[in-house]
Design a protein around this ligand. Structure first.
Ligand code: SF4
Length: 401
């Protein structure tokens, strides 16, 4: 098993290539592009027909006992925490820029343990979400700052807008199907913004120097445009989600606990499952699509382990560019993601024991809130708050070095 963080990242790249090859080998399993609301993707009947035309993968025998799944009443800090999941913001971005974490009240679940909320007692990592997995692959030191030190991070306009838009899209499904119109959705924005300010007063910092409210109005206007664009991609009057903001958690046979929050789960009459995630940024270029799909395959793995069913379709809806990226996973995809996560978790475990969390500078450092603590920028990390139980030499070299 690869134990260096460098190796994990390389393994990730290998996985990406392998996954792309798998896609190429299976006709019609992956697609990306602009789709109209009346298109096949969003026509439930058509989608179901397409699903039915291709038998679902057989569930693997011996899947571990499910842990839990339930409605997530707060909005994710992860997907953002999961909240993680490629630049998908209106801010200057590259195709490698991660989707900004959404900003909202963490749920009263263990999911909160992985978020960047300051707490009194540092704890060793206990589970993995897509966001935190991406953090470690991007930069082990960033992972440490977020998961172990829990250093606070400033709210960002893009992340907060993402949270707002997600909450609007979720709440819209409370209305009867015929009332799920674009004006109705936009009318939800002020109330959801009030709710977000109440639950996370720190988001007001974003507009502290905006006494006339001009930037706030502009920001809310962009949220409206993102909500409107959704109606060109999906037709909520023809959708009845089985779940929204679904917190899922499963434990692998190795003991690794995976968790995350799925924006929407659609279930066809035939029982086949579609996992949907909204992104408020732009779709990545094709060469970065695999990275974007990592989060979705992670969720697919959790659902498979939880329900013994392989989701028929994974769907990323990019509100920033008006694109929809879909992928139809097969068993081999999920097994590959599981192997990758196990290798990643082993690297995290070793770094936790040795205290060796190396920085991995990339152009994404421009988005990092922790440069003042980062040796790559002349900073010093805070004292390592966990006991060091293993020497680096005993564990092998950690980090890219
Ligand atoms: S500034 Fe860059 S290298 Fe330093 S912790 Fe942040 S992401 Fe890692």
């Amino acid at each position: 098993m690869e134990t260096s963080t460098e190796g994990v990242t390389e393994a990730a790249a290998d996985d990406a290539g392998a996954a792309e090859a798998a896609v190429a080998a299976q006709p019609g399993t992956a697609a990306a592009g602009r789709q109209g609301a009346g298109g096949t993707e969003e026509d439930p009947g058509a989608a179901h027909a397409a699903v039915a035309a291709q038998p679902a993968e057989a569930a693997a025998p011996g899947a571990p006992t499910p842990v839990t799944a339930g409605r997530h009443e707060g909005h994710s800090t992860d997907q953002d925490p999961e909240s993680a999941h490629a630049a998908v913001t209106a801010e200057p971005a590259t195709d490698e820029t991660p989707d900004p974490p959404r900003t909202d009240t963490p749920p009263a679940t263990a999911e909160a343990v992985e978020t960047a909320q300051p707490v009194a007692v540092p704890v060793a990592p206990a589970s993995l979400s897509p966001s935190r997995a991406n953090d470690f692959m991007q930069c082990p030191l960033l992972y440490r700052f977020r998961v172990i030190d829990r250093l606070p991070e400033k709210p960002s306009a893009a992340a907060t807008r993402g949270t707002l838009v997600h909450s609007v899209l979720e709440r819209l499904f409370d209305a009867p199907a015929g009332e799920r119109t674009a004006p109705a959705a936009k009318s939800l924005i002020p109330g959801q913004w009030d709710r977000l300010r109440e639950s996370r007063p720190e988001v007001l910092e974003l507009f502290a120097d905006d006494p006339e409210g001009e930037r706030l109005a502009q920001w809310l206007g962009e949220a409206e445009r993102l909500v409107e664009r959704w109606f060109t991609l999906e037709d909520p009057t023809r959708l009845e989600p089985a779940e929204r903001e679904l917190f899922v958690e499963a434990e692998l046979e190795s003991g690794l606990r995976l968790r995350g929050i799925i924006d929407r789960v659609d279930v066809a009459p035939t029982g086949e499952v579609r996992i949907v995630d909204y992104k408020t940024g732009k779709a990545p270029r094709p060469e970065y699509a695999e990275g974007a799909l990592f989060q979705m395959k992670f969720y697919a793995l959790v659902v498979w382990r939880l329900k013994n069913v392989i989701p028929r379709r994974l769907q990323l809806v990019y509100l920033g560019s008006g694109d929809v990226l879909t992928y139809d996973p097969v068993l081999a995809d999920l097994e590959r993601v599981e192997r990758k996560l196990l290798a990643l978790w082993e690297a995290i475990r070793q770094a936790t024991q040795t205290g060796d969390w190396r920085p991995r500078p990339t152009k994404l450092c421009g988005w990092c809130d922790h440069q003042e603590h980062c040796p790559e920028f002349g900073g010093t990390p805070p004292p390592y708050p966990l006991p060091v139980t293993s020497a680096i030499g005993e564990q092998g070299r950690m980090g890219p070095g």
